[in-house]
Every structure is written in C-alpha cells, then in structure tokens.
Design a binder for this molecule. Structure first.
Ligand code: ADP
Ligand code: ASP
Ligand code: MG
Length: 464
C-alpha cells in the first residue's frame, strides 16, 4: 500500500492512513506500507535547496523551524500514546537537525549539485514515514521503519530521476523484508528515495513513491499494489479542471502507462513498468472514500467506452524549443544532432514535431530544464551553418487525448481541433503521440484548462 502526499498531509490524515493499514493487517493480509512526504514538502525542499545558495543562516533556520513545527503537530494529532509520540518527535528533531546542516552547507558553498539536491529532497519522506510508523504502533500493529536504502532499493546514479537496478534490489529487499512479513511485522518504507550501490542517496523522480511501491511489490512478488490517493481512481481528466470527470473502473497496463506518461498525475510514469511485466494488478483507491472500488489496472482490462477518446490530460511545467534553419533541409543527421545534444545533457524530450519542409523542428521538454537545454543547443548548433535560430516559449502546456482505438479511427483529430477552434484556442504544435494511443498538442498555458474542458465535452466523457 502506498499513501500519497495529501493522504498524509496532516495528523488526522495520518491517523486515517494507519487505520486503513491496521484494518487490512487485522484481516490477515501481509502489508508493506510506502509513504510520501507530507503534501507540499517536496516542493518546499526543492525551493529551499535552490534558495539556500544565496541565503543567510537565519533564513535556513526559519525554514527548518517551520518544518519541525508542522511535523511535530502532526505527531500530536496522529499518535495518542505518550511514549510512542515522544520517540517519533525525537526522530523528527534529529532528522531536521541533519537537514539543517545540509542546507547550511549549501549556503556556505553557494552551490547545489544534483547529488546534494537529492539528499535535501530525501528529507520529506524521512520525516513523514516515522509518523505513519508511530501511528501504526499506536494502533497496536507490530511495525518497523525503513528508508528506501535500508529496505534494499539500489539505483543508478542518475540523480533526480534514478532507475532501480532490479536484480540486486530484489535480492536485498527479499533478504530484509521477507523475514519481517513472516513474523507478521508491517514494514513502513519511505517512498521516492533510494541509494546507489555506494550508498549515496538518490530520488526516483517526482511522484516516485508510486515507483517505490511497484519496485517493492515485484521484489516481494506481491499479490496486488494499492495506490491510495485523494481521488477515487484514474479519471477521464483531472477532477480539479472538470468536476464532472468520471472514474475509469478498469484500465489495461498499456492504457494506464499512456495516461501516466501524459500527466494524469495519479501515477509516476515509470511505476507501471515493473508490475506490467510481473503481471501484478494495481488498484488506485481513495483514502477519503475507501468503500469506492477505485480503478483496477490489470491485463485485459481495457475500458469499454462509447467513443474513441477515453481521457484527457493537461501537462503543465513544459517549454517548447523551436529550431530553425533552411540548411537543415535534406541534411542527413541534422535531427540526430539535436537529439544527441539533448541526450548527452540528460534532457528528456517529451514531444517532437518537424515540418515537411524540414526547416523547423519543435521540441517539448520539462520547463525546469529549459535554461540548460538552450545553452547546450546554442553551443552545439549556432554558427555552424545548419541552424540559424533557436527560440523558446515557456508559457505553454501539453494536452493529450488518449484512447485505445484512436489510430484506426478517422476524424478524431478533426473533432478535437474543431472543438478547440470553437473556443478560439490556437494550437502551437501537434504530435500523434509516442504510441498509437494518443494525440498530443501544445497550446498556451492560459488556454490549457479550457482546452481540456472542450475535449471532455466533445467526447462526452462526463457520461462514460
Ligand atoms: P498523491 O499525492 O496521492 O501521489 P497526486 O497529487 O500525485 O497524488 O495525484 C492525484 C491528483 O492527480 C488528484 O488529486 C488529481 O487532481 C490529479 N489528477 C490529474 N489527472 C488525473 C486523472 N486523470 N485522474 C485522477 N486524478 C488526476
Ligand atoms: N514526495 C515526492 C514528490 O512530491 C514523491 C511522491 O510524492 O510520490 O514528488
Ligand atoms: Mg503522486
């Protein structure tokens, strides 16, 4: 069972989470629990790591004091037993002390590296997990607390987006967690964070607690993974944009992966890879509505739908790069060069589209990587005759319309584009997704939500 940030946002919520685990445990299930940072904490740590570079010690202390206060207050509300509460509070104070030292280090050196950033980011989960562990003990559930590293998750050293090394991970996880499960003890593991073979802290990418859960499930050959979150399941679109969005009761791994890749935030994009291969079913369920069956992701579970489009996603925080140059026309290897430059800088391309004239290539990347991408492209391409201009737009977003039968059905694109045209929304770039399951396009960020609503309406997704 994995619990997301909102599910553990406050002491009250943490108590609710512990009760859900305790109920399953008392029914006789063997449970492993994976916990995310309290809602908003990872973002705060990210910001603080950036700002620490040019901050005073006092500012760092203000931040750590506020972080301590929030977690101590959660302990107050989540844990009744005085002794357990005291122990958890001590862990929280000690952990924040360590964080403070790291942030002061960044302050003095005036630099954050991908490695030190991951170290800072690991503290969100290192603070939330002891709270859940304490709340479980409070409910008389025998339990033990682990970081991802202690649980045995080993990754490569691609900081910020590390990948698990599954063979060695499986070996360690079995060795460490199986004996506990046999003794009816519930392991509680930090989501999102792991370590390299040398023991250096890494993170699995934003939303990575989902990934932790599926990695552990595969290593332990679990029967099912339950991703507990703050909505009923994977829905036709973000219910924050379209309140009438419907929960999709069943999805195949392929469909769900497509949705995760294209921003249905309900899941980390890589999280489904290990379980799809191992054929372990995944359920997305709502902590605030545990009676709802949620979404089941499993083989052969394609959702029947009346229309070709089943869901629409809005992906924010992206940027578009346009590369122009008449000399790119017909020059073999010119695209390869662009991809190579970005690949070597470790920048993932989310979408790519090129005109028939070949004089123009457009790319979509994460917005946070824009500065680095532009700098690398300019150094490698400008002034060498092939490329005459590199420009960027950072006020755009991607909309992806997804559905299994899209490719073979004519007219889907025209219905989408007519729906947008009727709302006066201009499309900046189009790509027939990275698979046959979706059509993606780029609009100005200010038009994003209206575009999602227009497509949701056009394909009548509210009455799926
Ligand atoms: P957690 O903290 O549990 O990991 P996330 O914030 O990562 O939760 O993901 C859940 C949120 O994703 C929901 O609150 C919802 O607003 C958003 N979301 C976006 N698209 C979808 C979708 N298609 N289905 C369900 N939720 C979605
Ligand atoms: N806390 C991490 C994040 O915000 C991981 C997660 O919540 O899944 O990205
Ligand atoms: Mg998440």
């Amino acid at each position: 069972m994995k619990f997301g940030g909102t599910s553990v946002a406050t002491g009250e919520n943490i108590h609710r989470v512990a009760s859900i685990v305790a109920d399953s445990f008392k029914e006789g299930y063997s449970v492993v629990v994976v916990v995310s940072a309290l809602a908003g904490v990872t973002n705060q740590l990210m910001e603080e790591a950036e700002q620490a570079k040019r901050q005073s010690e006092k500012k760092v202390q203000e931040f750590t004091n506020q972080l301590t206060a929030r977690h101590l207050e959660a302990a107050e509300k989540a844990i009744e037993d005085g002794g357990i509460r005291k122990e958890v509070k001590q862990i929280i104070r000690k952990t924040v002390d360590e964080l403070e030292k790291v942030l002061l280090g960044i302050c003095y050196v005036g630099e954050v590296t991908p490695k030190s950033r991951d170290y800072v980011l690991s503290f969100g989960e290192r603070l939330s997990t002891p709270l859940v562990w304490g709340a479980l003990r409070d409910l008389k559930v025998p339990t033990q607390y682990f970081t991802g590293k202690e649980a045995g998750i080993v990754t490569d050293d691609n900081f910020g987006e590390a990948r698990p090394l599954m063979n060695v991970t499986t070996h360690h996880v079995r060795e460490r967690l199986e004996p506990l499960l046999e003794k009816k003890i519930v392991p509680v593991v930090t989501g999102y964070i792991a370590a390299t073979q040398d023991g250096i802290v890494t993170t699995l990418g934003r939303g990575g607690s989902d990934y932790t859960a599926t990695i552990l499930s595969v290593a332990l050959s679990a029967d099912e993974v339950w991703i507990w979150t703050d909505v009923n399941g994977i829905m036709t679109t973000d219910p924050k944009i379209v309140p009438l969005a419907k929960t999709l009761p069943r999805l195949s791994f392929g469909e769900a992966a497509e949705m995760a890749i294209f921003g249905a935030k309900a899941m980390h994009p890589s999280a489904l890879e290990p379980v799809a291969e191992a054929r372990i079913p995944v359920r997305i369920r709502n902590v605030f509505n545990p009676e709802n069956p949620g979404t089941l992701i499993a083989n052969g579970q394609e959702t029947a739908s009346k229309d070709v489009v089943k869901a629409v996603a809005l992906i924010r925080d992206v940027a578009m790069i346009n590369i122009k140059g008449a000399a790119m026309v017909g020059a073999p290897g010119s695209y390869a060069k662009v991809l190579d430059v970005l690949g070597k800088s470790n920048i993932n391309i989310m979408m790519i589209s090129a005109a028939v004239s070949e004089a123009n290539v457009s790319l979509i990347i994460r917005r946070s990587l824009l500065g680095r991408a532009l700098s690398a492209l300019e150094i490698a391409l400008l002034g060498r005759g092939m490329v005459s201009e590199i420009t960027a737009e950072d006020d755009v977003c991607v909309i992806a319309a997804m559905g299994a039968n899209m490719k073979g059905t004519p007219g889907v694109a025209s219905r989408i584009f007519t729906a947008l045209a009727k709302k006066g929304i201009n499309i900046r770039m189009i790509a027939q997704g990275s698979s046959e399951l979706n059509i993606s396009f780029v609009v100005k960020e200010k038009d994003g939500e209206a575009a999602v609503r227009a497509i949701h309406e056009e394909f009548k997704l509210e009455s799926m």
